[in-house]
Design a protein around this ligand. Structure first.
Ligand SMILES: Nc1nc2c([nH]c(=O)n2[C@H]2C[C@H](O)[C@@H](COP(=O)(O)OP(=O)(O)OP(=O)(O)O)O2)c(=O)[nH]1
Length: 144
């Protein structure tokens, strides 16, 4: 059976934003939204007329106040997950180059997290297969 037959396909672009210590920025979904309290990668729905890269440049500014450019977004992987109401297709990019320090502009909590600690932050189910991919990308932390 085709479990996506009667569900819309939702395209969302997401970004693993890294700091100079290779920590990853997670954002906590605010109260009142679906999946409130779970930690996600910054990003959002790809609007009509946008590429996923356009979306991320826009969302990173709107949500976090940082400025980046499309060549600074490197494709890493994607999530494909059947939620009850829609099927999520979510390309995940990595971004190391941006201007400004992320600040929470939409009431969300932000946290810089080491790759080895990602499992300590409950995430939407679609994101779980992305965790080992990010952990493979980043060298283990050897500092104190
Ligand atoms: N940005 C982001 N969205 C994710 C992740 N994982 C995941 O399942 N999603 C889902 C949650 C939402 O259903 C959708 C993102 O949509 P969105 O951020 O534009 O919208 P939203 O539900 O927060 O709220 P709204 O803007 O429609 O009010 O993708 C993730 O890591 N990052």
């Amino acid at each position: 059976m085709n479990d996506t037959a009667d569900k819309p396909l939702l395209l969302v672009a997401a970004c693993a934003l890294l700091d100079t210590d290779n920590r990853i920025l997670l954002a906590q979904r605010p109260e009142g939204k679906a999946m409130a309290g779970l930690w996600e990668f910054p990003g959002g729905k790809v609007e009509a007329g946008e590429t996923p890269e356009d979306t991320l440049v826009r969302e990173l500014f709107e949500e976090l106040g940082i400025v980046t450019e499309k060549p600074c977004l490197a494709p890493l992987s994607f999530a494909s997950h059947a939620y009850d109401d829609f099927h999520l297709l979510m390309p995940l990019y990595v971004c190391r180059k941006y201007q400004g320090m992320p600040v929470p502009r939409e009431g969300q909590k932000l946290k810089w997290v080491r790759a080895s600690a990602l499992r300590d932050y409950p995430m939407p189910p679609a994101d779980l297969p992305l965790v080992p991919i990010i952990q493979d990308l980043l060298p283990p932390f050897r500092g104190s």
